[in-house]
Each structure stands twice: as C-alpha cells, then as structure tokens.
Ligand binder design. Sequence first.
Ligand SMILES: C[S@@+](CC[C@H](N)C(=O)[O-])C[C@H]1O[C@@H](n2cnc3c(N)ncnc32)[C@H](O)[C@@H]1O
Length: 543
Amino acid sequence: MTPPSPKTGQVRQLPDDEAGTLYPGKRPKIQKEQATSEGATKTNKFAKKNVKRMKKKRESQPDPCSPADVQWKDIVDVLGDDVVNEAVKEGREFDSPFSFLEIVELEVKAVCSNGDGLAQADSEDSKPWVVVVPFSLPGERVRAKIFKNDRMHSIADFLETVRPNNELRDDSRVKCRYFSKCGGCQYQMLSYEKQLEFKRNVVVKAYKNYSNLSDSQIPEIQSTIPSPAQYGYRTKITPHFQAPPSKANRDTLQQEVADGKVPEWLKIGFNIQGQNKVIDIEECPIATPVLNDALPSVRKNIYDTIHTYKKGATLLLRESLDTTGESEQKKCVTSNHVSVRETVGEFTFEYLASSFFQNNNTILPSLTGYVRDAILSLYPSDDPSRPTHLIDTYCGSGLFAITMSPHFSTIAGIEISGDSILYAKHNAQLNNIPPEKISFRKGDASDIFQTVSDFPPEKTVMVIDPPRKGCDDAFIQQLLKFRCKFVAYVSCNVHTQARDVGKVLKATENEPEGRRYVLESLRGFDLFPQTAHVESVAILKLV
Ligand SMILES: C[S@@+](CC[C@H](N)C(=O)[O-])C[C@H]1O[C@@H](n2cnc3c(N)ncnc32)[C@H](O)[C@@H]1O
C-alpha cells in the first residue's frame, strides 16, 4: 500500500520495505517487477547489490577535517552522541524519514560551521534526524525541499521562512539579488556583529572537535577581527560558464547571440547553492566596484565568442593598481599571465594574476599587524631576548615576510610555487629590503629547516600559512625538532589548524620547562564578510 502523501511539516512514516534506501520515493518501479519470476530474480540481484551498497555506505566515514566531517560533528551535536550511537548500533543511521523532493516544515536548531542551518521536524513521533537547510537561522521555522538523504541527516533546498527569527534575521540587510540562490554568501541577512559572533563559534567548535586538547590548554578565544569593508572587498572573482551543448549549431548560435537572443543554457556566474549548476551573475556586491564595472564587458566577450568554445571555462577578474597613468588608479585584470599590483599599508606587492594572494585587501594591514604585535608587544624594544629572526613558510609572494621585515634582522621564506617565489624576491627589492637580510626559496615547506639551521631558535618566529589541508607530518616533526620560540599559525581552515596545533602541543606537553608549546592566543579574522568563512590565527609560544 502506498503511504498517504505527508502534509507539509509531517514526517512521512516509511513502510518497512522502503527503509534504508537512499531515495525511497523511487521504489514503485521495483514493486512492479516483483509480479513476474524474472522480475523476482532481478529484484533479488538488486536487493543483494543494495545490501552491499548499504554495507559500504555504513562503513565509509568522511575524511577527518573534510567539510562533510565538520558538518557531521555539528549534526551529532544537535542529535546527541547517545542517539547517534544507538542508531548506528541498530543499523538505522540511513533510514531517512523523508523522501526525495518531499517538502517539509522544520525547526532550525543550530547553525553549522559552513553556515547552513541544522533543522529538525517537530511532530511528536518524528525520528531523531537532522535536515541541513542553507540560509536558515537558529530559532526559525522554515519550509524546505529534501534532495538528498545521508547518515542521520537529509540535505534540503531552502524554500521560505515560515517564522523568522527576527532577533537574527533582517532581510532588508541583503544587498545581493542572487542571495539565497548563489552559493557564495550565507550571512547577508545577519547583522555584521552576529556574523563575527558566529565565526568565533566556528573557531570554538573546531578546537573542541579537532585539537584533541583539554579545555585548560585552549585559551579564551578572542572576538573575531572585523573587515574594514563588509561589501565591495573581494579583489578577485572567478565566474564560470558551460560550453554550448554538443548538438548546438554554432553558426546559428553566433547569430542568435548577436541578435540578443541568449540561449537558456548560457549562464556566466557562480554555482547555485548545493548544486553543480551555474547561476547567471551580472553583479556581485562583495566584489570591489572595479570588478563589478568590468563584469559586463567580460560577459559580453563570452557571449560574442561562446560559439567557439568546446569546453566550459573559468574567468578571472582581479583588481590591480594601474601605474601607467599620471595618478595611480585601479583596473581589472583578466589575464592569468600578467602582474597584479597592490599595496598593504606602506608595502607594495606584485604577483602573477593566476597565483595566490589574499582576496580582501582591506583587512591585510590588521592581519599582518596583528601577527607582528601578538609576538613583539610581549617584549620592550630594548629587551635582548626579543625575537630577531623570522621564517615565513608557505609564503606566497612574501606577504608576512615583507610586512614584518622592519622588525627582524634576518628573514627566510619558502613556497612551493616557483612563480610566487620569483615575485617574493622581486617584492623584497620593490620594498628596498636588502638581499643579505631576506631570502626566499622555492620548495616544500619542510625543506626550510635546512636553510635556517643557523637561526637561533630561541629568537626565531615562524609564520605558518598553509593551504586548506594544513601541514603534513614531515613538517610538524621538523618544527618540533627546531622548536623556535614562537609559531604564528595563520589558516583559512580552522579545522586543520586545530588538528595541527593540537599535535604540536600534545607532542611537547610532558617536556621540561622551555621545551613546551602553549597556545598563547587564538582568534578569527573576517577575511570574507557575508560568507561563513573564517581565517584563524593561533599564536604558539615555547614556555
Ligand atoms: C594560504 S596561501 C598563503 C600565502 C601567503 N602566506 C599569503 O598570505 O599571501 C598558501 C600557500 O602555500 C603554498 N603551498 C602549498 N603547498 C605547499 C608546500 N607543500 N610547501 C610550501 N608551500 C606550499 C601555496 O602555493 C600558497 O601560496
């Protein structure tokens, strides 16, 4: 018997034979086959395959520190360890109460570290189950459409707020017409203060879940440092588009686009929230005005040439200082192969448009100044034990090495990208730092320890700013051997940072005085306002 369709807000009870399938709503096709003996054999095969698939699914776990793992920890937090353990023990963790495309009304309980709301059905007989609903806020009642079932949770598209949390949400704050469709921003409906508070909480949870440290080893996490610009700050955007469908007649396409008839499939923009599909974007309020001014002509250029594309492509729009005119102006660069120029406080940087540089220029003076002061303000200027040597690992084109250079006598940087190292050397010259004071080397971060064997560890500061995956064990082992006085770990992924910092502290916690690392301070920096991203800075000190 087909169960009655659930009313909005009700949890549909699954018949036993639907339990455990990923998309139970697709079941009827199989039931038809059961009528014939051939169908029964097919069904048995299907059932066996399905059992195998489910076994594999039950055994598979998200990679530690991956976005799925971070989300899973937040889901367990909402459900409670005992409830999850029991469901796993009884093999019920994939028995979703919801079917594919079901529309449900839910109560939002918490916000996940990636910015999505974590909601639950609230009828009395509802199963312990979480529904991930983007753009929803704790305390709200929302309507959402289920599109995927997974372990103890479903993922849904946000449809509407039925009962907003007016203490948090004010939709008049939203400045982007694509908000709640585009996957780029999560928090435009929040006040800026709340965004900073949410981000602090991400740092708190990351250290709780991933550092393996006791509460006493984690200092009070300080408030998140705000970005001076909360919109119009992004100096780089990378919209993308798909190629024409293979059956499209390219001549007709060229003519149609020239006549202003843009085909339905041609979208130039960013991914729709939760989908691998592009939403057409004509402006992006978090990008700088210079990039927004350039976007229409970049888009037009693609319209004019789309008939020539065999594959989709990603565009680059990057803000740069233009030094060709009499007065310094800003311009938009769209080629990967040209130099970009920007200033950070009193320093000038150039780098290749395709290589890494931080994307929010407005916060860089306070980020680099904070790292400097968090360490040097601990010493009077004439203190003979004040650090004199600086190592910048994962240094890119030299951001930390160069901005901190006035305060150190000897500096070494390392970076895997040859292009970035060439620019780091060039930037040292551009900022008049003598070569006998500063050196940059291309290589894996762990190779730096060969270069700095003559640096006095007790007077050395090491900046670590790795990519999202964090540091590898080879690096951490050598850091432990070298044991410099201070480590400033800057990270765009607070979860891998917490893991790595935890490893360093744990490895030294039973060492004698002067050989033990402690976490001196920890706080987030808001490099990406309106989004859920947080940059985290941890200062480690040898005591
Ligand atoms: C988050 S960026 C930081 C760059 C720089 N500190 C800045 O703020 O501009 C990380 C950098 O690490 C570099 N990188 C990635 N893996 C590396 C490795 N194994 N060894 C050294 N550098 C690496 C990347 O090329 C990138 O420039």
